[in-house]
Write a protein that binds this ligand. Sequence first.
Ligand SMILES: CSCCC(=O)C(=O)COP(=O)(O)O
Ligand SMILES: [Zn+2]
Length: 216
Amino acid sequence: MSFEQIRTEDKQRALGELREVKELFASRGWFPGTSGNLSVRVGDYSPQQFQFAITASGKDKTVHTPEDYLFVDQSGKACEATSLKPSAETLIHCEIYRLTGAGAIFHIHSVFNNVISEYFWDRKSVPVDGVELIKGFNLWEEEKHIDIPIVSNFAHIPSIVPEITERIVHEIPGILLRKHGIYAWGANAFEAKRHLEAFEFIFEYVYRLELLKRGV
Ligand SMILES: CSCCC(=O)C(=O)COP(=O)(O)O
Ligand SMILES: [Zn+2]
């Protein structure tokens, strides 16, 4: 399906969802210093061909402007003529869509996700035991253990991608970039938001529990 074949109302819906999520996450302080990026996929999907709306690069995501989003294809190329630049991290979105077929991907930087990614860097994953909120990932097993993958961060974004390709696991709808932030995804914007909120809850829980264990 080409970009032109995608219905205007579907494109408008994606932009509306991005605007809503952006405003909510901004109210939580989840976009410090212009960080973070959000995307919602539109139209039909195959791993070889898809399109999505994504936040433009370097914008203050706490304000709304007419130049907040653009549409790109599976290689990160703009679908329409525009002076806007897609997020510098668009290639990460492309790879996550290619691997998972997700409908939306949200990325934020927080102190908790940064601290936790560094604290558990030696084991390359965050261990989580029996926390109720993993039900937010549709994991309903009693006292389930999960490991949230952590990958290396590089200034050169294409260098981050191969480790993401290697480490994404079907059960866990997110991945942590070391001292950078969390990427969370879902079948649609509602689910990706739920997953992101569950990750952030878990990171704060793990952080506070570690402090208590250490008597800090
Ligand atoms: C200013 S934070 C550094 C870039 C980053 O990590 C990020 O999430 C925002 O980049 P974008 O190009 O999407 O604005
Ligand atoms: Zn980032």
